[in-house]
Design a protein around this ligand. Structure first.
Ligand code: ATP
Ligand code: MG
Length: 422
């Protein structure tokens, strides 16, 4: 019988890959806490209606990417394709939005039935950030400063660029929409099938096309920026001024519309040239209208989501020294050494709580145990053979310095040595 394999587009992250994930996750959590953000944990499944109402019926996600199924009682449920809708649902349900300001983040798997390729999967992980109750441009700028700091901390600032646009208010977009439809109607021959369909349902999304054959017609289309009112313009300018003031470089991309319906005013993407067409590692924007749309009292909201797989792919292009599973590997030969070693190992773990100590539990000759010690990535081996045990000593040898010899130490000397290591 053939072995069962994973579902297409849903990946295992193997033990030699997890250290890089953990490295990134740790730094992301640290930076989020630097800015005073709190974690919220949300279900992976929600009512299908939630996504239809928030993301919009005529979006890629709702039209063709959702994993939707009937629960046993007939309710239509969906594996979350993104976190914004669920986060807002939770905050409304628990009354968190009443005259309050929130800075939240979540981390977890998202599901979209897309064509799997490098940087595009059917299960993928996102760090999401959502803030509520802040209308001023300060918070838009804060999210950009936070992400800028994050890239610096991760060592990838030189590899990513910030692209910004303003979508204005819904009313401003309606006027623009008419101008855009009129323009495309004069160029019907240049539109592909998807775009012809969108012309009547969601014409702004045509600007988001990834079809190179449409590059020209999109390039010459009217620009939304020219249809913004004073308030939207001022809001956008304040963000730009803040970025300039704090030395964060950016590009204005007037064709950046983002895939979802719920954005207003600011939208942004952090993009890289190193991952082919899956170059957006972080994307977000303001969605002031969504809270009301989901039944809440009108309130401001802005957030972003970061794709972990794309981030990790980018980090793989650097030479990052990630943590090894063990600092120290204990080799034991003979029954007395095995017993003595286990006691010593537990004692060391008690005295040095951060120590990563791997005890060889498979046995074998001293040579074969040394091979495993070397493979573990540990810096030092502790050696316990009949001789060492009979003299009440512990052998210590560097695994990374070939010239070094074994030193024999007392238990307390070993403990003091390893304490200094941490
Ligand atoms: P794209 O234009 O690449 O399809 P999107 O606009 O659909 O992206 P968002 O919904 O804004 O993406 O999600 C935010 C981030 O999550 C993306 O910038 C990307 O890093 C990541 N992401 C989105 N879809 C996938 C996927 N199928 N596989 C891996 N990462 C993804
Ligand atoms: Mg997409």
């Amino acid at each position: 019988m053939a072995n069962i394999q994973a579902i297409r587009g849903m990946h295992d992250v193997l033990p030699d890959q997890t250290p890089l994930w953990q490295y990134a996750e740790k730094i992301i959590r640290e930076v989020l806490s630097n800015y005073g953000y709190s974690e919220i944990r949300l279900p992976a499944v929600e009512k299908t209606e939630l996504f239809k109402r928030s993301i919009g019926e005529v979006t890629d996600i709702v039209e063709k990417e959702m994993y939707t199924f009937d629960d046993r009682n007939g309710d239509s449920l969906t594996l979350r394709p993104e976190g914004t809708a669920g986060c807002l649902r939770a905050c409304l349900e628990h009354g968190l939005l009443h005259n309050q300001v929130h800075r939240l983040w979540y981390y977890g798997a998202m599901y979209r039935h897309e064509r799997p390729q490098k940087g595009r999967y059917r299960q993928f992980f996102q760090f999401g950030v959502e803030t509520y109750g802040m209308a001023r441009a300060d918070i838009d700028a804060e999210l950009l400063l936070l992400t800028d700091r994050l890239w610096k901390r991760l060592g990838i600032r030189e590899k990513v660029r910030l692209q910004l646009n303003s979508l204005g208010t819904i009313a401003e977009r309606l006027v623009y929409r008419e101008a855009l439809v009129a323009y495309f109607q004069q160029h019907l021959e240049a539109l592909d099938e998807d775009s012809l369909r969108r012309l009547n349902t969601n014409p702004l999304r045509i600007l988001d096309t990834k079809n190179p054959a449409m590059a020209d017609v999109v390039k010459n289309a009217p620009e939304l920026m020219n249809y913004l009112g004073d308030d939207s313009r001022q809001h956008f300018q304040t963000i730009l001024d803040t970025l300039t003031d704090l030395g964060v470089s950016y590009e204005i991309n007037t064709r950046l519309v983002r895939g979802l319906d719920y954005y207003s005013k600011t939208v942004f993407e952090w993009v890289t040239d190193e991952l082919g067409s899956q170059g957006t590692i972080c994307a977000g924007g303001r969605y002031d209208g969504l809270i009301e749309q989901l039944g809440g009292k009108a309130n401001s909201a802005i957030g972003f989501a970061m794709g972990m797989e794309r981030l990790v792919l980018l980090l793989e292009t650097l030479d990052i020294n990630v943590e090894k599973p063990a600092d120290v590997y204990m080799i034991r030969v003979g029954e007395a050494a095995e017993k003595f070693g286990l006691h010593l190992a537990e004692q060391l773990r008690t005295e040095i709580p951060t120590l990563k100590l791997q005890v060889d539990c498979a046995g074998g000759s001293i040579k074969s145990q040394f091979k495993k010690a070397d493979k573990s990535g540990a810096k030092y081996a502790l050696i316990l053979g009949e001789d060492e045990v009979s003299r009440n000593e512990v052998g210590l040898k560097s695994l990374r310095d070939e010239q070094s010899n074994q030193q024999n130490l007392t238990q307390s000397e070993v403990c003091a040595f390893l304490q200094k290591l941490k």
